[in-house]
Design a protein around this ligand. Structure first.
Ligand SMILES: [Zn+2]
Length: 348
């Protein structure tokens, strides 16, 4: 009697457990992924237009990319997509986050283009929250997004965080979303004030290609399947990022090491072969540059191969200079730089 009661009781437990499990998976399968795409900026006045360079205005480009992203993402099953704005209107960052909360967003993607004070940077970067699971998810998505954008030959600066003076996320849209329990990344697609990126922005269909990249990254992250059955990311594997126990802040210091040697100088070609060693223990070195006039002028930033700490390259010294005073500069992921030692050579 006792034994049969036990078996009966156990089978209830097991059956109950199975039913419970099935319920969860059925819910998971039915639950639609809700994506809010936020085209950055909007409205009139200098504060609302975003970056304006080379005939491009950021607030207009973000609308085009966001529309292309939505269009592409809606080719997938089980996803609802909303835009925070569809016309050239002002919308506060708080209102954008409130809108995302109303829609029960799983993730907010804020679409942007970049510019720098000295107009020297180029490439893409993704900003995510510095905190907990928002960091984990934001960073994981950022890595997928970078691979998509790399396919358009955009240089990838990295996935980054920034904490403001109040100890919260520096960027308002991330902060406003996180305070409402929503993960948010800012996608800075490329720079509108650097020739290297602008040549891409000018190319045909580039903005819609960006939107397709963004949507594909989302589809991979949420393991979506296309409605036509042709694309299936349900088994897509991506790098898992640990939930950090403390906030992951930005690197606040310049690269630790930046030093050069001049390995050779060829009088006929006027090429100096320079070896640069650059390291930063907190963030990767991403750009380098050189000067042959003692640091008065530096060349356009070069891309740094992150798999190596030491790289060598030729610097062509212009005709007419009898000496060259060579200095190199290395930039980390947070755009902080260190200058190398100076090496002077006779060039006659
Ligand atoms: Zn912007």
């Amino acid at each position: 009697m006792k034994k049969s009661f036990m078996i009966f009781f156990l089978s209830i437990l097991l059956l109950g457990g199975a039913v419970f499990y099935n319920d969860i998976s059925a819910n998971a399968a039915n639950k639609k992924t809700v994506i809010v795409i936020d085209p950055g900026h909007g409205g009139v006045g200098e504060k609302n237009v975003g970056a304006v360079y080379n005939g491009f205005t950021e607030k207009d480009l973000t609308i085009v990319v966001a529309a292309a992203m939505k269009n592409e993402l809606e080719k997938y099953d089980n996803v609802e997509v909303y835009l925070t704005r569809t016309s050239d209107v002002f919308m506060s960052l708080e209102d954008r986050a409130k809108f995302a909360k109303e829609k029960k967003a799983d993730f907010v993607y804020s679409i942007h283009f970049n510019a720098s004070v000295e107009h020297n940077f180029y490439g893409s970067e993704v900003w995510c929250s510095a905190f907990g699971n928002y960091y984990k998810k934001g960073y994981e998505f950022g890595l997928i997004e970078q691979e998509e954008l790399r396919s358009l030959d955009l240089y990838q600066k990295g996935v980054k965080t920034k904490i403001g003076k109040t100890g919260q996320d520096y960027y308002g849209i991330i902060r406003q979303c996180v305070s409402r329990g929503i993960t948010c990344d800012i996608i800075e697609h490329c720079y509108l004030d650097h020739a290297y990126d602008v040549q891409s922005v000018k190319s045909q269909d580039f903005l819609s290609k960006l939107g397709v990249c963004d949507a594909t990254a989302v589809a991979k992250f949420f393991k979506l399947k296309s409605k036509d059955g042709k694309t299936d990311f349900s088994n897509f594997k991506y790098s898992s990022v640990m939930i950090p126990s403390t906030a992951v802040g930005q690197d606040l210091t310049e690269p630790d090491v930046c030093s050069i040697k001049v390995l050779a100088y060829d009088k006929d070609s006027r090429n100096a072969l320079v070896e640069l060693t650059a390291k930063d223990s907190q963030s990767p070195i991403i750009y380098f540059s050189y000067s042959y006039d003692g640091g008065n002028n530096f060349c356009t930033l070069g891309m740094w191969d992150r798999t190596k700490e030491t790289q060598s390259f030729n610097i062509k010294i212009p005709n007419g200079r009898t000496t060259a005073d060579i200095i190199c500069r290395a930039y980390n992921n947070y755009e902080l730089f260190s200058d190398s030692n100076e090496v002077s050579i006779e060039t006659r």
